[in-house]
Design a protein around this ligand. Structure first.
Ligand code: SAH
Length: 393
């Protein structure tokens, strides 16, 4: 398996006033920054980015749209044959530095898009299996080269590579090995089935690992409600740490089935646990349940700026309902993963929900994404997961 250098197919010249953003290592070139593109460039092509003096400044994937180029390599040097492997080595080196190779979890994110210098690419590692997800045409087209680099770098320790695309679901396939999904992983002594073939995203929400652990520390003797539960991550931690009752809610039947199987895998009987394939808003409104701990982890309510206002209203309604219903001295874990709702806006929204609930509320923790989901300081947009732990008197 010889690695080959990325083929640079054209040149995009940018406006002089936009050069600064590139020199500051921001990895996106917006359509408004483009002065001239060489003819025939196709979506997914590697292009060189030049200034008006025709100096090469960087290289990246071209794709028509608001973000026209996702920058993969800064500086005048064209990417070499070892480009992909170098990036994987660097990312794995950072995870090693954090202790992931010898810690009590055998699942972590290896490549987190811009945070690892590879916009458009996600790679999650599940106990020997790599799940590669592309978010751009360029990454989709480069999938075989990425798989070659994974095989070269990880050698025999690699059991399989499963490829998923966010652009076209018919493109899902194994690029190496064959591994029956679901597959069991372990996280701080909690076991989970990960189903990358049928599941959402890459199969599991690794980004909530540290937050699940914190929730576990509050769970003993408590009645816990886990809404938007997906495969039951928070539910498993709560029961493993001695919650007396856990109720899990998700609108998807498939997600609820995964939650059931994960609870079984951890040795919990159905009596300690209620599973509801329901809408969370309806659940909070209609069921007069009593809970000491509530988790609200909805999907991104806003994917674009134009949807921000609606999203804020959604967060407000959801949080007000949970604040009203939680038991005295209850603990509320509330999250937002909408990139366009920043930390301050989320906080302000929660304050406003608190006013509406009529309860007295203190903030105990500000939560974020874990270090295997790094944020480049030059790309603050990469910080997407925001959470608060609240004590509701
Ligand atoms: N907390 C989960 C991840 C949540 S992902 C974990 O730690 O693994 C968001 C989930 O919300 C998805 O499973 C989706 O099916 C579910 N969902 C979306 N809209 C919903 C709604 N209105 N009510 C309940 N669940 C919903």
């Amino acid at each position: 398996m010889e690695a080959r250098p990325p083929q640079v197919s054209g040149t995009v010249q940018i406006k002089p006033e936009r050069e600064q953003s590139l020199r500051r290592k921001h990895p996106w070139i917006f359509s408004g920054s483009v002065l001239h593109a060489s003819p025939g460039i196709q979506d997914g092509d590697w292009v060189a980015i030049t200034n008006t003096r025709n100096e090469r400044l960087a290289y990246g994937h071209f794709q028509k749209g608001s973000i026209t180029i996702r920058v993969l390599s800064f500086g005048p040097e064209a990417p070499s044959a070892s480009f992909w492997e170098d990036r994987l080595r660097m990312a794995q080196g950072h995870r090693d530095l954090l202790g992931f190779h010898k810690s009590s979890t055998n699942a972590y994110r290896l490549i987190h898009g811009e945070g690892d210098g590879l916009p458009g690419l996600i790679i999650d590692f599940y106990n020997g299996v790599f799940v590669v997800q592309s978010h751009s045409v360029g990454m989709h087209r480069d999938r075989q080269d990425i798989a070659t680099a994974l095989k070269r770098h990880f050698g025999d320790s690699l059991k399989a590579i499963y490829y998923k695309s966010t652009l076209d679901q018919s493109q899902e396939e194994y690029l190496a090995g064959l591994s029956a999904s679901p597959h069991i992983i372990e996280e701080y002594g909690n076991r989970f089935l990960v189903d990358w073939e049928q599941g959402q995203k890459t199969g599991f929400f690794l980004d909530q690992r540290e937050n699940r652990r914190l929730l576990g520390s509050f769970a003993a003797g408590k009645r816990v409600l886990n809404t938007f539960c997906y495969s039951g991550g928070f539910s498993v931690y709560a029961l493993n740490q001695g919650a007396t009752l856990v109720e899990s809610v998700d609108a998807s039947e498939g997600a609820i089935e995964l939650t059931r199987r994960n609870l079984e895998l951890n040795g919990h009987s159905a009596e300690q646990h209620g599973c509801f394939a329901e809408d969370t808003f309806k659940f909070l409104e209609l069921r007069k349940a009593s809970h000491d701990v509530i988790v609200l982890d909805p999907p991104a309510f806003a994917k674009h700026k134009d949807a921000r206002h609606q999203a804020v209203k959604g967060y407000q309604r959801l949080n007000t309902a949970a604040m009203k219903s939680i038991n005295p001295n209850g603990i509320l874990f509330t999250f937002s993963c909408s990139q366009v709702v920043d930390r301050q806006l989320f906080y302000d929204t929660i304050v406003s929900a608190a006013h509406q609930s009529g309860r007295t509320i203190r903030c105990l923790y500000h939560l974020s994404q874990p270090p295997d989901h790094p944020v480049s300081l030059f790309h603050p947009e990469g910080e997407y997961l925001k959470g608060l732990v609240l004590l509701v008197e």
